[in-house]
Design a protein around this ligand. Structure first.
Ligand code: FAD
Length: 338
């Protein structure tokens, strides 16, 4: 267990933007976490964090950032031959995925290259290239900080939706700390090719391995997303808006090339936030050190390395206002502001 006081969050987040936090407390196991939760000396509020790849600290944080250091991985084969992998919340998702691919296990490969930890994967229901964590998560072991109870939550109980889970409900915010997550995998070849570029590349191919999918996904990601090692960002800054189908259809009549994806029940449609930002003329837009990423307009980057959170928020507000003015659609951020 390690506790540091008065820290700078820049190295703890992928935006690499300076801001102070009163404390960072790191724990290896549930006993250490319980000790931390019981300590009246730790500044409040308590906020679980992983790699900070979806966070923007807009002001000094008065409380304690809690981070799991549990990077363990256990593979389990049950009596029915089903394979699952149980991983510690502090493990990097991509390290886990690489290990699963190495063992020829299918399920997580399309999520390759997404920054962040196993713990956050269920909070965020991370998704990319036609797969979401929800498709493979079996359950998660969590501590309820309100009661001190240790619970196993099933996938159903976590109420996954688009970049959503029950952990994000107002009453649950920062209440549960994820300790471990179990994913159900399979050694039976099962490439998921619903994403067009993957279908075009691999459709009809035999003898695919999880690594074929992983390598292709990483190649696509690297061609359009900035690497947090070199350019600060939190990935997609905005969610794709989901709006009433009648409003979406009317909009499409005016912009025939606008992507529109009707939801399963047909009552709503998901629009592409990237397309809206691009066609609102915001390519290359900047405020101070923050800028819209030239290869993917959904991403706001710390372009100069010296951007402040105020620069990012100024650009965010300008994007929201410009898109609303041009298309009548309100974007909302995917990145959590603290
Ligand atoms: C370049 C780039 C590309 C990205 N691409 C994608 C993408 O393709 N798809 C996608 O879905 N996301 C993407 N993201 C966003 C980000 O990687 C995910 O949201 C990721 O799950 C965040 O993980 P983290 O460990 O950094 O969590 P943090 O950013 O540290 O935290 C995110 C949330 O999870 C909570 N949390 C973290 N750990 C725990 C825990 N142990 N217990 C309880 N709560 C916890 C935090 O309180 C916070 O609310 C991208 C980000 C970047 C920088």
């Amino acid at each position: 267990m390690q506790i540091d006081l008065n820290i700078d969050v820049a190295p703890l987040t992928t935006f690499h933007i300076s801001q102070s936090a009163a404390a960072l407390a790191e724990f290896n196991n549930v006993a250490e976490l319980q000790q931390l939760l019981a300590s009246a000396a730790l500044p409040r509020p308590l906020k679980p964090v992983g790699e900070g790849s979806n966070l923007l600290f807009t002001e000094p944080f008065p409380g304690t950032l809690l981070r799991s250091l549990d990077c363990s991985i256990n593979f389990v084969v049950d009596k029915g031959g089903h394979i699952s992998v149980e991983a510690g919340a502090g493990l990097s998702m991509d390290t886990l995925i690489e290990e699963c691919c190495r063992r020829g296990l299918w399920g997580l490969e399309n999520l390759s290259g997404i920054p962040g930890t196993v713990g956050a994967s269920v909070v965020q229901n991370v998704g990319a290239y036609g797969v979401e964590a929800a498709d493979v998560v079996r359950d998660a072991l969590v501590v309820d900080t309100a009661t001190g109870e240790i619970l196993t939550l099933t996938a159903d109980e976590m109420q996954f939706g688009y970049r959503h889970s029950m952990f994000k409900l107002t009453d649950n915010r920062n209440r549960y700390i994820v300790l471990r997550v179990t994913y159900a995998l399979t050694s039976t070849p099962s490439p998921r090719l619903s994403y067009r570029a993957l279908a075009d590349r691999f459709g009809g191919c035999d003898n695919l391995t999880p690594f074929d999918l992983r390598d292709a996904v990483i190649e696509m990601r690297e061609s359009k997303l900035p690497s947090p090692c070199f350019i600060g960002s939190a990935g997609s800054f905005f969610k794709n808006p989901v709006i009433d189908i009648a409003v979406a259809s009317e909009l499409k009549a005016g912009y025939p090339d606008m992507p529109l994806y009707p939801t399963a029940d047909g009552s709503q449609a998901k629009l592409s936030a990237a397309w809206l930002i691009d066609h609102a003329g915001l390519k290359g837009a900047a405020e101070g050190g923050a800028a819209v990423w030239h290869k993917q307009p959904l991403v706001i980057v710390n372009a100069t390395g010296q951007a402040t959170a105020a620069d990012v928020v100024a650009l965010e507000k300008r994007i929201i206002a410009t898109v609303a003015q041009k298309f009548g659609v309100t974007l909302s951020p995917e990145v959590e502001h603290l």
